[in-house]
Design a protein around this ligand. Structure first.
Ligand code: MG
Length: 251
């Protein structure tokens, strides 16, 4: 069952999303060569708590970090730690913020200094696929219209959509129904209704679509070691169209 949020509830989620967006901007500013992902984690947690929020990921199924920090071929769920950023790296940063019981979830892949041309294109294409999917978050569309928007754009660029990881509904729980795959034909699945809020999150590899999990039980890598990107927004379907509740790329 997909819950529909009232206008008041969407405002509460937007408040969590505002903290999220500011946290992402803060982390992005700190992302430079020589910085460890543990330092980013610490800064993010401190900021979220200073705003009265809670880092949603911390303790989730035992996850030790406040953010996920996944460099280069690591797609998602990286545990912050001693990894030290280098020029030419990319870092996928995923942040969850719970504020007054409502959750905002979003991710961005950040370039550390100059990156090679293929990796730059990976980041651009993955972000564009998120924007195209978010634009489909309109009452009357179906869930797979989002999926199809991602897949079509990513595959036209010659990259691979990861099929075994999905986006999700979101609200008072981080993971609510429905699941939102990043591939599939348009016009399928549940109809999107006003008040539904989804975390849309394309995950894309330069090379093959396959992934594997590290021995740590969390870190997910591209199977062929190629660079991977992850961009995510929490988006509400409103009468006025899609509303991005985690506007981390504004300002
Ligand atoms: Mg998510």
């Amino acid at each position: 069952m997909i819950t529909r949020k009232t206008d008041e509830q969407i405002e509460l989620m937007a408040a969590a999303g505002k903290v999220h967006a500011r946290c992402m901007q803060l982390v992005r500013k700190k992302c430079r060569a020589g910085v460890t992902t543990a330092e980013l984690d610490e800064a993010a947690e401190k900021f979220i708590r200073s705003q009265g929020g809670v880092p949603t990921f911390k303790g989730f199924r035992g996850f030790p970090g406040s953010i996920c920090a996944s460099p280069n071929a690591m797609v998602v769920h990286g545990i912050p730690g001693p990894y030290t950023l280098e020029k030419g790296d990319i870092l996928s940063v995923d942040i969850g913020v719970t504020l007054n019981g409502w959750v905002a979830d979003g991710a961005s892949t950040i370039a550390i200094g100059e990156i090679d041309e293929t990796t730059r294109r990976l980041l651009d294409v993955t972000k564009e696929s998120l924007d195209l999917a978010a634009a489909q978050m309109v009452p009357g569309n179906r869930v797979s219209d989002l999926s199809n928007a991602v897949q079509t754009h990513v595959e036209a660029a010659g990259f691979s959509v990861i099929k075994t990881l999905v986006g999700h509904g979101i609200g008072q729980e981080m993971h609510e129904a429905p699941q939102i795959p990043n591939y599939g034909p348009p016009g399928k699945g549940p109809e999107i209704e006003e008040g539904m809020v989804f975390a849309i999150e394309p995950m894309v590899n330069v090379g093959v679509a396959g992934i594997f999990m590290d021995d740590d039980g969390w870190s997910v890598y591209s199977e062929d070691g190629s660079m991977a990107a992850h961009f995510e927004y929490t988006v509400a379907a409103t009468a006025d169209g899609p509303r991005i509740l985690t506007p981390w790329d504004e300002g």
